[in-house]
Write a protein that binds this ligand. Structure first.
Ligand code: AMP
Ligand code: MG
Length: 403
């Protein structure tokens, strides 16, 4: 049985080796949040485009504005003003944050360190050349690569695109992810469940996880635990880039997902991973579609999506597979776990007085969505650890949607 790391590497290898390229679309920069860039964006000019003052004060020749020196103020420069006249000797110019420093001036003195009487400004401190000025071109040169293809566009990346005038961005089309829940006990959320039925929460959580991971969910509803219904709905799912199923992958008589996929010619890469929750996770390819059969208990579905499906969606968008961004925290209370499987326990990490501290939450096992909704991370207990003392350093995997 693969460890979760080995299983992730298998996903990354198989999806990374897929033959076809990434389809693209043009999007306006205001719509592109979360998409992966499919082109190179270069700067259109120097940044900053002029020597920019970073404080309100006086533009000076540094050598003249010594402690106690008095200089005549000859004018004022606001942000946006055109600045061409050089600073005359033995003078200073009042300048505002964001304005262009006049030619010849090599420092800006904060107004707080000056006193003014009429046109005369007295400087209280020594002035260092370059202070409070961001030189033209120091952030980026004209023609530099500002954004690389394969980058996921967050707010800072969108701001750079906007700054350089890239108003339309060539982006990877979001991979389409069919979501199919399975189980005779599962009813649509709009219906009132019978006493032994449960609402289909997995389709909702999976669609949310697909969106957060940069995919486009395609909801296929629920399949009954019957070969014909399951087969027909899987067939529909195989039209998309990825098919994610929930349920029907355990050892029960009515867990039919693997056998139905097998009959359709799927190639299986793994059908078990050494984790709890989430052990019976299936990863396969059927025709051109990557198929993930995730166990149906909601917390298992969520953990296994996070571990295995999210990196696949990165790769299908032309981005690098995201790493498992684990943090270190000290354990708040002693922990006793069975060995053999790595455990992902719902937990809360807090940053009280600096160092992170993590506390596992009481939970009833992998059906306990209520516990997970109180958690902001998973506490990751390695497969070979049994007793962990309070205060020991442990790994936590933040729930990136809430933390
Ligand atoms: P399974 O993996 O098919 O054995 O399902 C395990 C358990 O997960 C079931 O007994 C249900 O309680 C729960 N479950 C399965 N499918 C869903 C779903 N779509 N939404 C919420 N819970 C589910
Ligand atoms: Mg089932």
């Amino acid at each position: 049985m693969l460890s979760y790391d080995e299983a992730r590497q298998m996903v990354i290898k198989q999806v990374g080796n897929r033959p076809r390229g990434v389809a693209t679309c043009k999007l306006s920069v205001g719509e592109a949040l979360g998409y992966v860039l499919a082109e190179e964006i270069r700067t259109d000019r120097e940044y900053p485009p002029f020597n920019r003052a970073t404080r309100d004060g006086y533009a000076v020749h540094a050598g003249e504005a010594t402690a106690g020196a008095k200089l005549r103020c000859t004018g004022e420069i606001k942000a946006g003003d055109s600045v061409t006249v050089p600073l005359a000797a033995a003078s200073c110019v009042q300048i505002m944050t964001g304005a262009a420093v006049p030619p010849g001036a090599d420092a800006v003195v904060m107004v707080e360190f000056t006193s003014r009487e009429g046109e005369n400004v007295t400087f209280q401190r020594a002035t260092v050349a370059g202070q409070n000025i961001v030189p033209r071109g120091s952030e980026a040169r004209a023609g530099d690569v500002a954004l690389q293809p394969g980058l996921r566009l967050g707010f800072a990346e969108l701001a750079i695109a906007a700054q350089v005038g890239a108003t339309q961005l060539l982006c990877a089309r979001k991979p389409r992810v069919a979501i199919l829940s399975t189980g005779d006990e599962v009813v649509p959320i709009e219906e009132t469940p019978g006493p032994f039925h449960i609402r289909n929460s997995n389709s909702i959580s999976l669609a949310a996880q697909v969106r957060l991971a940069g995919g486009e969910p395609v909801l296929l509803g629920n399949a009954q635990d019957r070969i014909d219904d399951l087969g027909a709905k899987i067939e529909q799912g195989l039209r998309e880039d990825v098919l994610v199923l929930s349920g029907g992958v355990s050892m029960g008589k009515y867990d039919l997902v693997e056998s139905v996929l097998q009959a359709m010619g799927a190639e299986f890469f793994f059908d078990a991973v050494a984790i709890r929750p989430g052990k019976p996770t299936v990863f396969a390819r059927c025709r051109d579609t990557f198929v993930f059969g995730l166990p149906g208990n909601p917390v298992s579905t969520m953990v296994t999506f996070f571990l295995f499906v999210a990196p696949a969606l990165d790769l299908l968008s032309g981005a690098a597979a995201r790493p498992l961004a684990m943090l270190e925290a000290s354990l708040a209370e002693p922990l006793k776990e069975k060995t053999g499987l790595a455990h992902f326990l719902p937990a809360r990490v807090e940053w009280g007085s600096g160092a992170a501290e993590v506390r596992p939450l009481r939970w009833q096992g992998s059906s306990d969505i209520a516990a997970l909704s109180r958690a902001n991370c998973f506490l990751v207990v390695p497969a070979d650890r049994q007793d962990i003392a309070a205060g020991e350093k442990v790994s936590v995997l933040p729930r990136s949607d809430v933390l």
